[in-house]
Design a protein around this ligand. Structure first.
Ligand SMILES: [Zn+2]
Length: 305
């Protein structure tokens, strides 16, 4: 092997060492396979189409989506494909998902455009320990001093998320069923593991127009390309759990998981709130559960050696 090939190999190896598990899960090159295919509610999905639907282009991941009120005191402050939610209370605000660190200024801008102060962020929650949802946590902590709260089972993966070497902040570790309260808002944390060990879905109630609604901030239920037996157990439990959660308004860590674009387009003064849609609450779980079983079937037919 000549010197330049050696140098190439060395840089490839060091590049690999920098790749975290999360990066590998998100690596689009090569993209995930276009099989198995499942058809759910009239639409066909493959692992490739689901990832592409969730992530969009790099530009989509980084471009501001118009910040908007979803319902009551809950607002969208994320990018075109990566969700970030702001819950406003008289005692300060809760932010769910910082996304990539480079998006934190985008989120801050959205919060301010809605008329709120980013510095009023008192609690930062994360949906699951992948870079596209929680890489920006250290920066949000630096800018706001927010209390950072995470599910115990995601802690090992979170410790590996260290943009520019910054330690992942953590102020409180929670467990399945724990509650997070700020002002008049209480969120209940539900462990819905599988996509990550500590994938957390949050539920809360919100008042809007004199009525009370259940809001579900769902965690991704997307299986990886292969599913290990312990992860299969987690998913099996999570698909059951998620369907027991009270839900009038379903949200997700990617807008595509709750048809954000379609619903946002229907948001008009005087029109019914398109985000109130109990019938669609578990449509995403249906898609991912079908995909989960299809992947398990493929694995059984051609076990990995
Ligand atoms: Zn993820």
């Amino acid at each position: 092997m000549n010197a330049s090939r050696l140098a190439l190999l060395a840089s490839a190896v060091s590049g690999l060492a920098l790749l975290t598990v999360a990066d590998q899960a998100l690596a689009q090159n090569p993209p995930p396979p276009d099989h198995p295919a499942v058809t759910v509610h009239g639409q066909t999905f493959t692992p490739r189409s689901i990832l592409s639907r969730n992530m969009g282009t790099k530009e989509d991941q980084e471009s501001q989506f118009p910040p908007h009120k979803i319902i009551g005191n809950i607002y969208y402050v994320g990018t075109k494909t990566l969700s970030s939610f702001l819950i406003v209370t008289p005692q300060g605000n809760i932010l769910i998902d910082s996304t990539y660190e480079r998006n934190v200024p985008v989120i801050q801008k959205s919060v301010e455009q809605l008329g709120f102060k980013f510095a009023d962020t008192k609690i930062l929650l994360g949906n699951h320990a992948h870079l596209d949802h929680m890489e920006g946590d250290a920066m949000v902590k630096q800018l706001t001093g927010a209390q950072v709260i995470h599910m115990a089972e995601d802690m090992p993966a979170l410790k590996d998320i260290k943009p520019s070497g910054k330690e992942h902040p953590i102020d409180r570790v929670i467990h399945d069923g724990d509650k997070v309260t700020l002002g008049n808002v209480t969120l209940t944390a539900h462990l819905t593991a599988g996509h990550t060990r500590g994938c957390t879905s949050y539920t809360t109630t919100v008042a809007d127009g004199g009525k009370s609604y259940n809001v579900l901030f769902g965690c991704s239920l997307r299986p990886g390309l292969t599913v290990a037996p312990n992860v299969a157990e987690e998913f099996t439990r999570s698909f059951k759990v998620v369907r027991t959660l009270p839900c009038d308004v379903q949200l997700g860590d990617h807008g595509a998981q709750y048809n954000m674009l379609e619903k946002y387009a229907k948001l008009k003064p005087g029109a019914p709130n398109p985000f109130i849609d109990p019938a669609s609450c578990f449509a995403e779980a249906d898609v991912e559960e079908a995909m989960f079983h299809a992947i398990l079937d493929e694995q059984k037919a051609a076990p990995a050696r």
